[in-house]
Design a binder for this molecule. Structure first.
Ligand code: AMP
Ligand code: TRP
Length: 336
């Protein structure tokens, strides 16, 4: 039997932060050998909120280079840009027409983002999860490694696939494969440095709330020095009154490679003044190799272009087949 297929993606909006790395990309890297992987830079998703045309192309390069810098290996994985494979937009349209509006109105991320946007909510923002479903279903993905916040979108993707299969599959067959989320417990929800009850997010207006993968050592040190803590002596996990403490200890554990119980023991008598420099040091040291590799790749644009060109060809070969399968099932006249 061949390997199972994995598909995932990140939007080229702003800088990647530790939440994106620990919740998503690091997990892609860890399991990539076991699967046949497709990782896309989801640039069509990036314009669901107001965007800057001057930076979109470069942000797209940045995310692709960061995939490679974080350890995505082209022997096991294909990296491509979503907008380069036109089947994504086309399948999204077909899925739009079978997706009930009230399924989309229920999406938590839509509600959260819509509140932030105020008057300025586009149809695209509401439709975003259908495009995401198209991304996944085009590749017959078995597994979709994401952070916890994407779980509801994965459920929607399955519901859309089930609906297509129910309505349009011929007896005993399916049109679309049902994917499963792959959500690791640790790192699945990295919280903001300025508020331990909110997730670390690209869209938080405060730079101090997140550590970006490309932050300088000085910036990392400063952000950790100023991050929100509490006045209780001794550091512990899982105290509901101390969300910041739980988050920072969790980050320290993941980045240092120590287990939760090792960290709990190490930090039980510490104060913040002792702990923060330790956390800053592991964060800086973990990101240094990624940053070095990133610079090398960004300096070699021809190489990056060739990676994305080859990625597009491989992705198109798979995606176009699925699109044809769906169009046939819906009864379209094939191109003559
Ligand atoms: P986005 O930044 O929305 O493009 O998210 C890209 C990936 O990072 C998705 O798989 C998210 O689930 C994951 N992710 C984003 N923010 C966090 C966070 N604070 N903690 C864990 N995972 C996250
Ligand atoms: N919605 C995802 C996020 O914001 C990004 C995304 C788009 C995605 N298409 C995808 C993730 C397909 C996994 C699979 O994080």
């Amino acid at each position: 039997m061949g390997k199972q297929r994995v598909l995932s993606g990140v939007q080229p909006t702003g800088n990647l932060h530790l939440g994106n790395y620990l919740g998503a990309i690091r997990n892609w890297v860890e399991v990539q050998r076991e699967y046949d992987n497709f990782f896309c830079v989801v640039d069509l998703h990036a314009i669901t909120v107001p965007h800057d045309p001057k930076t979109l192309a470069n942000d797209t390069y940045t995310i692709a280079a960061l995939y490679l810098a974080c350890g995505i290996d082209l022997e096991y994985s294909t990296i491509f840009v979503q907008s380069h494979v036109t089947a994504h937009s086309e399948l999204a349209w077909l899925l739009n027409c079978i997706t009930p509006l009230n399924w989309l109105e229920r999406m938590i991320q839509f509600k959260e983002k819509a509140i932030k946007q105020g008057e300025n909510v586009s149809v695209g923002l509401l439709d975003y999860p259908v495009l995401m479903a198209a991304d996944i279903l085009l590749y017959d993905a078995d597994k979709v490694p994401v952070g916890e916040d994407q779980k509801q979108h994965l459920e929607l993707t399955r519901d859309i696939a089930i609906r297509i299969n129910d309505k349009y599959a011929s007896k005993g067959k399916t049109v679309l494969k049902l994917p499963d989320p792959l959500i690791r417990q640790e790192g699945a929800r990295v919280m903001s440095l300025t508020d331990g009850t909110r997730k670390m997010s690209k869209s938080d207006p405060s730079e101090m709330s997140r550590i970006n993968l490309l932050d300088s050592p000085d910036a990392i040190e400063k952000k950790i020095k100023r991050c929100k803590t509490d006045t209780i002596k001794g550091l512990t996990f899982d105290d509901p009154e101390r969300p910041e403490c739980n988050n920072l200890l969790g980050l320290y554990a993941i980045l240092s490679g120590k287990t939760k119980s090792e960290v709990a023991l190490e930090c039980q008598d510490m104060g913040w003044g002792q702990f923060k420099p330790l956390l800053a040091e592991v964060a800086i040291n973990s990101l240094k190799p990624i940053q070095d590799k990133y610079k090398e790749i960004m300096d070699n644009r021809d190489y990056l272009d060739s990676v994305l060109r080859e990625g597009r060809h491989k992705a198109e070969a798979v995606a176009n087949q699925t699109l044809t399968r769906v169009k046939n099932a819906l009864g379209y006249l094939p191109p003559l």
